[in-house]
Design a protein around this ligand. Structure first.
Ligand code: HEM
Length: 453
């Protein structure tokens, strides 16, 4: 349970966002969603407290907070608290949640394989996975459920790069739906973790079923892959990795935890960014035309190759801008280990904090017209005047996303493949972001697709 951030000695008390007795801010959050947090930021400043009834979180909204919590004083902020306990129940001791020496050892073993040089070796597998999924898309559609379709593409990419060809389409679909339920349930865990085990939180059974199915599939594929260690994919890479210090390899349980982690960390985050990118592009035909021109000049209708990715600069900046304006990982929670101070406010040991990446990516000190989608922000000359931690869609410091190069390559490839084939047009108003563990578009992105051929 979280401590309250009452005033310590002569230090001031952190301002609290408006709330009600007992249930705190929950009714406001439920009703106003993002607007509630936005209003709190505007009226209370870069640091404020939200009382969520059973739990209580200090929200940090400035790039200097990212630098401090994730880099300068990272040892004082661990992945504890309700949110991470909830994530732990799914990931076990995978890289996203493990800590201390165990985390360091696992990260050291895995890091080299996520370097862009190694990831480059997965490009062909990625393009094949993208093309296989996109082959099921219609030539044109007046109301295409883009989010569902692109979710399937990123799922296929992570399954194929992870397992090679070990799962069939039906199994891929089952894992995908199951993981969606599991992610929804994890958000409930943020507010529900302090409830007794027997409390039937909505979705609990679905969550447990999804997890059981997932474990069954993963253990089966691990067993098969041990028999074919020469296949090129992420799983065989993990299977063959040896700890330089001890000479040990990962056990099946450790492999399962890392596979689950990479799955959940790697597929929806990318799909969400692509959904938002497509929605913004559909609403800005001039920008879309510029992308079509770049893609035509660099790759025409050919499959993109490693060399062409460097030249697809606007495609990359579009993906970066989507991750700025709608960061999939819109908040990063941590738990203070020892008493600390931030901006002159007390942070007693046990305080649950959240770095509000969404607000940091819209901070008016750092970004002109932050609600406008503009990939030009990521031109080198534009980026130089910004705080180094003003953009942190992949986190920062030593716990920064290990899959960043993977995600950039995948995002660029998928956007390029889609725009090689289609013209996108909007339907209705832009979707609003949905308050969830990730920043999904509420009810998904629906677009009109027209074939360019
Ligand atoms: C656009 C896509 C992605 C976004 C926005 C994203 C975001 C993040 C963020 C913010 C963190 C740090 C969390 C924290 O500090 O609390 C993280 C960690 C991580 N991500 Fe990603 N991620 C993406 C794609 C991927 C992919 C494709 C993979 C794997 C193939 C991946 C695997 C991981 C892992 C294993 C960690 C934990 C790293 C550690 O703690 O050492 N992510 N990601």
């Amino acid at each position: 349970m979280i401590q309250t951030t009452a005033s310590t000695g002569s230090l001031p008390t952190i301002p609290t966002a408006s709330k009600m007795p007992i249930v705190g801010a929950l009714p406001f959050v439920a009703q106003k969603q993002f607007d509630y947090l936005k209003e709190a930021h505007q009226s209370l400043g870069d640091i404020f407290r939200v009382d969520l009834g059973l739990t209580d979180v200090v929200m940090l909204n400035h790039p200097r907070h990212v630098q401090y919590v994730l880099r300068d004083n990272a040892r004082n902020y661990r992945k504890g608290g309700n949110m991470w306990e909830s994530v732990r129940s799914m990931f076990g001791n995978g890289l996203v949640v493990s800590e201390g020496d165990y985390w360091l050892r696992q990260r050291r073993m895995m890091q080299p394989h996520f370097h862009h040089r190694y990831i480059a070796g997965l490009l062909d597998l990625m393009v094949t996975a993208i093309d296989e999924q996109m082959a099921t898309w219609p030539e044109s559609d007046a109301n295409f459920d883009f989010s569902t379709a692109v979710n399937k593409v990123t799922m296929e990419v992570i399954v194929r790069t992870m397992f090679g060809t070990q799962l069939n389409q039906a199994e891929v679909a089952e894992v995908s739906v199951g993981l969606g339920h599991a992610l929804d349930y994890m958000l409930l865990g943020v507010v529900g973790q302090s409830l007794p085990e027997w409390m039937p939180l909505p979705g609990k059974k679905r969550y447990q079923d999804a997890l059981a199915l997932f474990d069954q599939l993963v253990y089966r594929v691990i067993e098969q892959s041990r028999k074919n260690p020469e296949d090129v994919n992420l799983l065989t890479m993990l299977l063959n990795t040896v700890d330089a210090e001890t000479g040990e390899q990962m056990t099946d349980q450790q492999l399962r935890d890392e596979v689950a982690t990479i799955f959940v960390a790697g597929y929806e985050t990318t799909a969400i960014a692509l959904s938002w990118a497509a929605d913004y592009l559909a609403r800005d035909q001039k920008l879309q035309d510029a992308l079509h021109t770049e893609i035509k000049q660099v790759v025409g209708q050919d499959k993109p190759e490693l060399g062409s990715l460097k030249e697809l600069d606007l495609v990359k900046r579009t993906f970066q801008e989507a991750l700025r304006i709608r960061p999939s990982a819109w908040f990063l929670p941590r738990l203070a280990v020892e008493d600390d101070e931030i901006d002159g406010f007390p942070i007693p040991a046990g305080t649950q904090i959240a770095l509000m990446i969404y607000h940091i990516h819209h901070h008016p000190e750092q970004w002109d017209s932050p609600d406008v989608f503009d990939p030009a922000r990521f031109k080198k000359e534009e980026s130089q005047s910004r705080h180094s931690f003003a953009y942190a869609p992949f986190g920062a410091g030593q716990r920064q996303c290990i899959g960043r190069d993977f995600a950039y390559m995948e995002g660029q490839l998928i956007l390029a493949r889609i725009l090689q084939k289609y013209q996108l047009s909007p339907i209705g108003a832009s979707p609003k972001p949905q308050l969830s563990t990730t920043l999904r578009p509420k009810n998904g992105v629906h677009l009109a697709l027209a074939s360019k051929a």
